[in-house]
Design a protein around this ligand. Structure first.
Ligand code: UT7
Length: 333
């Protein structure tokens, strides 16, 4: 059975930088509060000119991953795209990405597990490659959060956290033993579905979205921040250790940890629980905020570009988010 290797990584973020100071134009907040509670200094948002879509950002990230791999779109056998903010209700953004890449006939699948979407997608891609169904899979995480945020003071707990962007990896079958994806572990607990969710638009309502939904702000995401925080700090170390133990490995064996960039305080909590030194962790939340499904592939592509991922390195990827869902992947680069 082949293993799943990382052939290339890439990312794209919109050029528009939104600083904490910029946010004070819309809501009662401060650079100091945001820095202290979240570690975020700035994030990227798409501009209102309509130039960038999720599919276009995904395409730019995919092109960078293809370039790094020395491959072209024609080498892609299947596409998986993770997002909680699809460009349209249907079809999925993966269909639009497939069209942008010019790949009619190639299967395109959307994954909807929010912050863990990239890791759920990785698990699916890995299974496809291992059973021999596809040899080369493009996996993208993309998010446009900025258009769905309540920018008034009422929505400030959520609005300051999120950013837009895309990250991609090109995955390919390798016959080399012990290389690539060593394991993925996935979990969910739907009892917490409404602790971090967006109610409307909703297909159980007629119409699915109405002016009163905008007035009552049901169109904006809502979060039980403390519950999310508490669970994130507990579940991420747990599922990473589950992954490491399944491979007969321990935290000390890890060369690099990339955790979903939810909040710097969450990442610090995870790091402390695992007892892993800061130099073996890659964080970028200060630059991009929380880009949900895009956060891990953006951080991974960045770490590769900064020379932090050497051949043979052991990597741990871990995420927690809406659902609740949580997941880990252990990789040998
Ligand atoms: O991928 C998962 C996505 N979600 C997350 O990662 C979020 C997890 N949760 C968190 O990171 C934290 O709960 C937050 C950063 C969202 C909030 O931090 P906190 O320390 O839990 O603050 P809090 O909700 O207890 O609020 C403390 C105070 C409140 O004011 P009062 O009631 O004490 O007067 C809030 O109204 O801070 C206020 N506050 C703000 N003030 C300035 C909340 N948001 C803001 C803001 N600027 N943006």
């Amino acid at each position: 059975m082949p293993n799943t290797a990382f052939l290339g990584t890439g990312f794209f973020v919109p050029p528009l930088v939104v600083t904490n100071e910029d946010l004070t134009r819309w809501m009662d907040t401060s650079d100091e509060w945001i820095r202290e509670r979240t570690g975020i200094l700035e994030r990227r948002w798409i501009s209102p000119d309509g130039e960038l879509t999720g599919a276009r950002m995904a395409c730019r990230a995919a092109e960078a991953a293809l370039e790094e791999a020395g491959k072209g779109p024609q080498d892609i056998d299947a596409i998986i795209l993770a997002t909680l903010s699809p460009d349209h209700s249907f079809p999925g953004t993966s269909a639009f990405l497939q069209a942008e890449l010019g790949l009619p006939g190639v299967p395109a699948l959307d994954v909807r597990t929010q912050c863990t979407g990239f890791l759920y997608g990785l698990s699916i891609a890995d299974a496809w490659i291992r059973v021999g169904q596809y040899r080369t899979v493009l996996l993208v995480g993309v998010e446009i959060q900025s258009t769905g945020l309540d920018l008034s003071t009422e929505g400030r707990d959520m609005a300051v956290l999120f950013g837009d962007g895309a990250g991609a990896v090109l995955l390919g079958a390798t016959e080399e033993e012990g290389r690539g994806v060593l394991s993925t572990h996935l979990h969910a607990d739907g009892r917490h579905a409404k602790d971090l969710w967006c109610d409307v638009s909703s297909s159980i309502k007629r119409p699915r979205i109405a002016p009163e939904d905008v007035a009552s702000k049901r169109v904006f995401p809502r979060m039980n921040g403390r519950e999310v925080f508490r669970n994130a700090v507990a579940r991420m170390p747990e599922v990473l250790i589950e992954g490491l133990e399944a491979n007969g490995l321990a935290v000390e064996d890890l060369d690099l940890l990339i955790a979903h960039q939810a909040n710097a305080r969450i990442s610090e909590g995870v790091q402390r629980k695992l007892g892993i030194p800061a130099e073996r962790v890659h964080n970028n939340i200060h630059r991009y905020g929380n880009t949900t499904a895009a956060s891990i592939p953006i951080a991974l592509a960045e770490a590769v570009r900064e020379g932090k991922v050497r051949e043979g390195a052991l990597l741990g990827l871990v995420a927690f988010g809406s659902g609740f869902t949580w997941a880990s992947a252990v990789l040998r680069w």
